[in-house]
Design a binder for this molecule. Structure first.
Ligand SMILES: *[C@@H]1O[C@H](CO)[C@@H](O)[C@H](O)[C@H]1NC(C)=O
Ligand SMILES: *[C@@H]1O[C@H](CO)[C@@H](O)[C@H](O)[C@H]1NC(C)=O
Ligand SMILES: *[C@@H]1O[C@H](CO)[C@@H](O)[C@H](O)[C@H]1NC(C)=O
Length: 389
């Protein structure tokens, strides 16, 4: 199957809603974020996608234009790219970090987040406002907040610097000092980068459209409202994960000067917190949405204000079904001794598994001989792996 047919198939599967996480495909790009020389093409070999565009005629391609054409950046994101190009390496880093964290969190589950790698072409598991989509939006929004907050503190961005310290003094006789991760600016940037498109998608469909178009446009507005909510949860969780770190200064550890700052944890820790919210995610009925200036919103009820939300129930992801974005679990390695989601019983959905015996050949029992060589034996060992049928 060549790239073009794959593209067409995925396009047909894509219901046309949302797509504000297409930027996650930047994880695979090798763009050079530089106004002058333009970027080098990404991993996609030249031709089919980008070729023949305006860029070629004008000679120099802006990395933002390439990102728009090839990596699915939306119009507003491209605008932000042009005006804040020095922030773009951190957007790219956020894409890689979000994908890595999501895959690590779900590696022992049936849905294992590999579909994130097909961006900018999104499969239905990430367009139909599912529970999985909720997680991906939240972790993406958190990741971009994270990399920006850190970038500010590192002094690499001219738009921002270390965080303004909190008003209340830290515990004891410590003082705020050092350089705090600028979560506020990170959130501000994340909002501009990931929320603005959803806000655009959330506009009520114009009256007078044909009925079938209206239905999909309606679904688009509801999906956008749900995405917006989940983006917010991602940022909220990273905000709640801040910790205070302190340091003593002074001659030979005398601790005459003590400073503290607010730091964000590893994105992994945020990913784990979000995983708990994934488990508790709430399905919401479209009829419960409230309209605020013609834009649907997830109502701020106690039960969902802290939770990830979704509109469409997920399949069990046991068997392959492209219409639902399920790749199935055939061939996945399962754990016979486990009781959890990676157990052969759960991962293989009751279909059973086959045992593959693999022979490992290693150098072993190495001895050092005087002088100067090492002699080893060759050891063979058998290991068992279990693969879902
Ligand atoms: C995720 O699942 C797919 C399909 O079953 C499999 O090919 C892939 O290796 C899995 N990835 C990981 C990290 O386990
Ligand atoms: C399989 O599961 C058991 C029990 O949860 C765990 O101790 C073991 O490390 C797992 N094995 C692998 C290869 O992950
Ligand atoms: C496996 O699950 C059963 C019940 O679901 C539980 O009683 C048992 O302790 C679990 N075993 C392990 C090793 O987690």
């Amino acid at each position: 199957m060549n790239v073009k047919t794959a593209f067409l198939i995925i396009l047909c599967l894509n219901f046309g809603f949302s797509g504000a996480i297409k930027w996650l495909s930047l994880q695979n790009s090798h763009l050079v974020w530089n106004h002058g020389v333009g970027g080098m093409g990404g991993s996609v070999s030249g031709g089919s996608e980008g070729g023949g565009g305006r860029g070629i005629r004008s000679g120099v391609k802006s990395p933002c234009s390439i990102a728009r054409r090839r990596y699915g950046l939306a119009k507003l994101q491209t605008k932000l790219c042009r005006s804040s190009m020095d922030a773009m390496p951190y957007v790219q880093a956020a894409a890689a970090l979000a994908a890595e964290t999501c895959k690590a969190m779900f590696s022992d589950r049936r849905w294992n987040c590999t579909s994130i790698d097909t961006a900018p072409f999104l499969t239905p598991d990430l367009t139909r406002a599912t529970r999985e989509q909720a997680y991906v939006y939240a972790i993406s929004s958190a990741a971009i907040t994270y990399t920006m907050a850190r970038a500010c503190a590192s002094g690499n961005l001219y738009q921002c610097a270390c965080a303004v310290p909190p008003r209340e003094p830290p515990m004891g006789n410590f003082k705020w000092g050092g350089c705090g991760d600028n979560i506020k600016w990170g959130m501000h940037f994340a909002k501009r980068f990931v929320d603005t498109i959803e806000k655009q998608n959330a506009r009520k469909p114009p009256d007078g459209e044909p009925e079938d178009k209206k239905i999909s446009a309606k679904m688009r507005t509801y999906t956008a409202a749900v995405n917006l909510h989940n983006n917010k949860i991602g940022r909220k969780v990273i905000g709640e994960s801040l910790s205070t770190q302190c340091k003593c200064h002074g001659v030979s550890g005398s601790c005459s000067i003590k400073t503290c700052w607010r730091a964000i944890p590893d994105l992994r820790a945020v990913g784990e917190r979000l995983l708990r919210r994934f488990t508790n995610a709430k399905e919401i009925q479209k009829s419960y949405m409230v309209f605020e200036n013609d834009i649907p919103e997830v109502p701020v009820r106690r039960s969902v204000s802290d939770q990830l939300v979704f509109l469409t129930k997920s399949p069990d992801y046991c068997t392959k079904d492209e219409r639902l974005g399920s790749i199935g679990t055939t061939g996945r390695t399962c754990n016979v001794t486990s009781n959890g989601t990676d157990s052969c019983r759960q991962l293989c959905c009751g279909r059973g598994y086959r045992t593959v015996v693999e022979e490992k050949i290693e150098r072993c029992q190495c001895k050092y001989y005087y002088c100067c060589y090492v002699k080893c034996k060759t050891c063979r060992s058998l290991t068992q792996r279990h693969e879902c049928s």
